[in-house]
Design a protein around this ligand. Sequence first.
Ligand SMILES: Cc1cc2nc3c(=O)[nH]c(=O)nc-3n(C[C@H](O)[C@H](O)[C@H](O)COP(=O)(O)OP(=O)(O)OC[C@H]3O[C@@H](n4cnc5c(N)ncnc54)[C@H](O)[C@@H]3O)c2cc1C
Length: 466
Amino acid sequence: MSDYDVLVLGSGPGGQKAAIASAKLGAKVALVERRNMIGGVCINTGTIPSKTLREAVLYLTGMSQRELYGQSYRVKDEITIGDLTARTSHVVGREVDVIRSQLTRNGVTILPGMGRFIDPHTVQVSDGSGQERSVTADKIVIATGTTPARPSSVDFDAQTIIDSDGILGLEKIPRSMIVVGAGVIGIEYASMFAALGTKVTVIEQRMRMLEFCDTEVVEALKYHLRDLAVTFRFGETVSAVEKRKNGTVAVLESGKKIPADTVMYSAGRQGMTEFLDLPKAGLAADKRGRIKVDSLFRTEVEHIYAVGDVIGFPALAATSMEQGRLAAHHACDEPAHEMHQLQPIGIYSIPEISYIGRTEDELTEQRVPFEVGVSRYRELARGQIIGDSYGVLKLLVSPEDRSLLGVHVFGTGATELVHIGQAVMGCGGTVDYLVDTVFNYPTLAESYKVAALDATNKIRQITMID
Ligand SMILES: Cc1cc2nc3c(=O)[nH]c(=O)nc-3n(C[C@H](O)[C@H](O)[C@H](O)COP(=O)(O)OP(=O)(O)OC[C@H]3O[C@@H](n4cnc5c(N)ncnc54)[C@H](O)[C@@H]3O)c2cc1C
């Protein structure tokens, strides 16, 4: 007899949902997590603090209202780091509370500490104060997430050379900042600091950024960020960061030297598998600390599952939750579908980006014909009311069967709006559904109808030429 039916390691989105879904299915469940990390990276250092910080920046700078009230409009003239962290701590505290309560009210036992395998069914939990206990379980779900990857040549400290975790510990808003790596996290923080008035330089080894997104949308984002005084250095590599009395100097391989108060590395993430002693469970991780799984999130050892960032792409809170739920259903012998093919991507840059389905470049490469329907927020009453003149929604439509092949949104509410397109695509709807639908007015959702009319008018043009 094992102590538990299901034991979950890590309380991020993947672990939480695995634990709660297992408990709902009647399993006896325990979850292992460090005392101060309930909610995982997502709640404590990643998604939630960064999105709260963004909201605080948008509110306090008054940025989203400047089109209406003038370029000098501010809610607060001197924004301090305290103004930003106050909101973040408030939200993080509340969220930790919500998650703890959800776990306990579903009867999940929380075992404080870090778990390490003793054998494939036994985990030793060390609580950090020298206390250790061993627990056994029939099924185990690894949801231990990741930590920021730190190049060994870089001398990280808390204030001048930091990774994304270090943002939350900054004592003041830097006057200048270098962001190394133009991935999603790098670009989100570059946007926030640029909005605060920090002079930001983004350095990226590759010649492009966010290649997986629509090219026009990325061009629009770069235009907006340059307008906020962001400098991009593409095709450049940082060879060294020198610490000086009043900040840092980044030396690039091309010979350029760039001074900045703070350098933030956003150079990928490493799976948290080192502590797990995976070989004792008959498992191994790759060199980035990631664990291989099949489509049901089973590892090579039949009763051990892995979900969330520790299994790699797409490494989002959104997907981790669903992986956790599906792994739990499988572990508890409850029928479940496989992960849905359609996955939304949301990037909380300023302005924000979101999409579902394929891009124009992908469709062209795959020789799939498509027509584009565009709606610009400035032509929507809601766009004028909220003062968003740059937002755009783009539908990619098949002229053959009129299905939606992709939805790309740039501007206010993009990460919410995309789900209308996702629902239509997921249910096999066509562009005609959007043409025939009545949307609330004035809304940004109306952009779907405008873009659908645009696409169908263009498709009709082809037949009208005869
Ligand atoms: C700055 C930033 C912004 C982000 N923004 C977004 C966003 O806007 N939208 C989005 O969807 N995603 C976002 N993400 C990604 C998102 O945070 C992750 O995809 C998500 O947190 C991964 O969830 P997870 O279940 O893998 O666990 P994690 O949240 O990574 O948590 C893992 C937990 O496991 C614990 N753990 C580790 N080892 C052990 C062990 N041996 N025993 C017990 N516990 C252990 C850790 O203490 C940690 O609490 C962002 C990430 C970062 C860093």
